[in-house]
Design a protein around this ligand. Sequence first.
Ligand code: GTP
Ligand code: MG
Length: 463
Amino acid sequence: MREIVTLQIGGAGNAIGDAFWHVISHEHGVDYASGRFGGTSQLQLERINVFFNATASKRFYARTILIDTEASTVQRLSSSSQLYRPENFVAGTESAGNNFARGYHTDGAAILDQVLDNTRREVESVDSLQGFQLLHSIGGGTGSGLTSLIMEALVQEYPDNLLSNYVTIPSPNMSQVVVEPYNALLSIPALVNNSHLTFCLDNEALFQICNRNLKIQMSGHEHINHIVALTMSGITTCLRFPGQLNAGLRKIYVNMVPFPRLHFLIPGFAPLVTCKQQQFSKGTVAELVQQIFSSNNLLCAIDLRKGKLLTAAGIFRGRMSPREVDQLMTGVRNKNINNFVDWIPNNIKTAICDIPPRGLKMSATFIGNTTAIQTLLQRLLDGSTAMMRRKAHLHWYTGEGMEECEFTDAQEELHNIIEDYRGSGDSCEGGGGGGGSGGGGGNDNDSMDEAAANGPQCTYCAE
Ligand SMILES: Nc1nc2c(ncn2[C@@H]2O[C@H](COP(=O)(O)OP(=O)(O)OP(=O)(O)O)[C@@H](O)[C@H]2O)c(=O)[nH]1
Ligand SMILES: [Mg+2]
């Protein structure tokens, strides 16, 4: 069995991790509260070991290390479920206070050894580790700083295994903390150099999905985290259930990442509709395909039409005709040929798993590696540039042992990755690059698929 060890780090990492375990434990027939199996199908157990460990008393626990510099986050989770192994909680005494430097150099560094000891114990208990998945924000001090430190250590100790990151990207709509752009900026070098697959979960897009499409009055992150958990469940479907495509992290890596640095992936999910909207939905595969190529269903605030897809994958769940799925996905590529790079001929992939997610007959998850990610990366760069010019708030970082050149190095790294994505949009004949130029398919609809403009919006049931 090819197992994955999860590390959930900081406030957002633990909240999203908890939502993820809620969703996938149910899919595998495991009770979230007790860890006992009550499922009905052998399929639920066949690859359960990828994410769960079985105990001698026929219970399952999540193979995850729950980490935070402050104790309250992980204490809350330790009392909510027996799915979490008590030894796997690692907490410090004080939050990193929204400061990357404290996550990386002081408060975070103080618990690094404990994190690595726990990780080692989980790794030693598996048959054949395929890699790690790290869940964290890059706006908080722990999620940015401690995660960077952990990644550096993991890459050294496990050079043959893959690191995938589910990264919460900050949005001013969701958080008013002024130094978040600095933390996000400082996270970039570790993500570029050590992560193999970085799934970007942009709070800006998630906020818009909840507010604009679903009209949900948000009091916390609960709705957002549920959408993220559904999407993570979709992305990991092929790892958790028998199937063909992307059946391991390495296969996702090989199929989705044409150059090692260009591994910033955009996820999407469909359907995201309220009960009321569901009544007007046709419930067809064609509708799902339209939706996953619509900006409204992406978990990043970007426009696919403003760039070119290097690679794309659709993971479909439920009973459907594989031929129809293939035809529809190929149809999107053929209709929007200018929004796909011309030098990877077969850059759109599909996978189908018979088992639908809870409460749905069918679903589709999108993974895209697109030059349009420049918009998001540029937003992160711009967020810090003005403050940097005046050296505003820098003393909080230099006072904890950081040098000013670490900021300029991170800016350069971010600038370079934006340029790398821009260059990769160029045609193989040297002309017409499209990355970030907006000059792609030239249709005015929101979706790359023309029909999507009048299709159902992506939403999430608030009722
Ligand atoms: N999507 C989502 N975003 C969150 C959640 N909690 C916090 N955030 C976002 O994450 C950023 C703050 O990071 P946290 O993860 O809370 O911070 P931390 O990693 O615990 O770091 P410190 O608290 O500074 O030690 C802000 O941009 C928040 O909007 C959550 O549950 N879901
Ligand atoms: Mg915190």
